[in-house]
Design a protein around this ligand. Structure first.
Ligand code: SAM
Length: 280
């Protein structure tokens, strides 16, 4: 089943949390001269036109990225994401929001390499057209969960894997944990970031427990809810499970999350957490 289309949600609170973390991991990776490899298991279309009928349907970006762009003097991690958004919208009109491939593309150097998987028959060609240079980015219409086996370890021996499935099928909760184990076995020194929705506490906690039982160490959890997760239906928030995070990320998350949560809160239950699923 491939009915999920990310464009309906582009630039919402969950994208913002995810993309700040992706941006911070990239900032850390480019501190070293040696090249790195980026695997995006569920890449989407790369960038999202916010004036499209789909993005305009619920206008989720308005209470997300558009809200942040009204603010000055935000923590560095948020400003870095806004720099990328401004770079894509040079005439100050919010026309595009970057997807994960474009966030990473902002940071990569000629020597780095991207491998982007997108299975949707309509989304794959859009992404492939955005990254025509094969030497820089391999865009494939493959199942991203399989790519952790076929693409890891990368020859660069440094890298970062983003797993961002839509969870439209419940099995994604199992697949993502299995893929983390498959990837980590092949490439234990790599960084991994898994995005998950908070639809209700129980479902999110089950995933976190499943990650804990893998016994993989050095796993940081960063989560933000913008409203009561038990009251309303729909996505109250989201989180990122980060294996081998940059050593500065815990501190940065504790700096930007109080500000972000306050700015995007929809009710008094808005909250965040930064904690270790398993320490180093
Ligand atoms: N990572 C993107 C970003 O941050 O901009 C958003 C990705 S969206 C949440 C999930 C994408 O995964 C959708 O475009 C969907 O078509 C695609 N997809 C679903 N199952 C997949 C699979 N098994 N392998 C690769 N892509 C898949």
């Amino acid at each position: 089943m491939l009915s999920y289309r990310h464009i309906y949600h582009a630039g919402n609170h969950a994208d913002i949390l995810k993309h700040i973390i992706v941006s911070e991991i990239c900032k850390h990776l480019i501190k070293k001269d040696t090249p790195f490899f980026y695997l995006d298991t569920h890449a989407g279309i790369g960038q999202y036109p916010l004036d499209s009928a789909q993005a305009q349907k619920n206008k989720e970006f308005q209470s997300g990225i558009a809200r942040l762009l009204e603010e000055d003097h935000l923590p560095d991690a948020i400003e870095s994401l806004l720099d990328i958004v401004r770079d894509m919208n040079p005439d100050n009109k919010l026309a595009f929001y970057p997807g994960s491939p474009k966030i990473v593309d902002y940071y990569v150097r000629q020597k780095d390499k991207l491998h982007l998987c997108e299975l949707h028959p309509n989304d794959y060609p859009v992404l492939a057209a955005l990254f025509p240079n094969k030497r820089k980015a391999n865009v494939v219409k493959d199942n991203g969960f399989d790519a952790v086996k076929s693409m890891l370890p990368p020859p660069q021996k440094r890298g970062f894997v983003l797993m961002d499935p839509p969870y439209e099928v419940k099995k994604d909760y199992q697949y993502v944990v299995q893929a983390l184990q498959d990837g980590h076995k092949r490439f234990p020194q790599g960084s991994y970031a898994i995005w998950y929705p908070v639809l209700n506490r129980k479902q999110a906690d089950n995933l976190l427990r499943a990650v804990e039982t893998t016994k993989i160490r050095n796993v940081l959890l960063v989560e933000m809810t913008i409203r009561d997760s038990e009251k309303e239906r729909g996505m109250a928030g989201s989180g990122m499970i980060i294996v081998n995070p940059p050593w500065t990320l815990e501190k940065e998350a504790n700096e930007f999350l109080p500000v972000l949560t306050k700015l995007l809160a929809e009710d008094a239950h808005a909250d965040f957490q930064v904690s270790w699923i398993t320490p180093e």
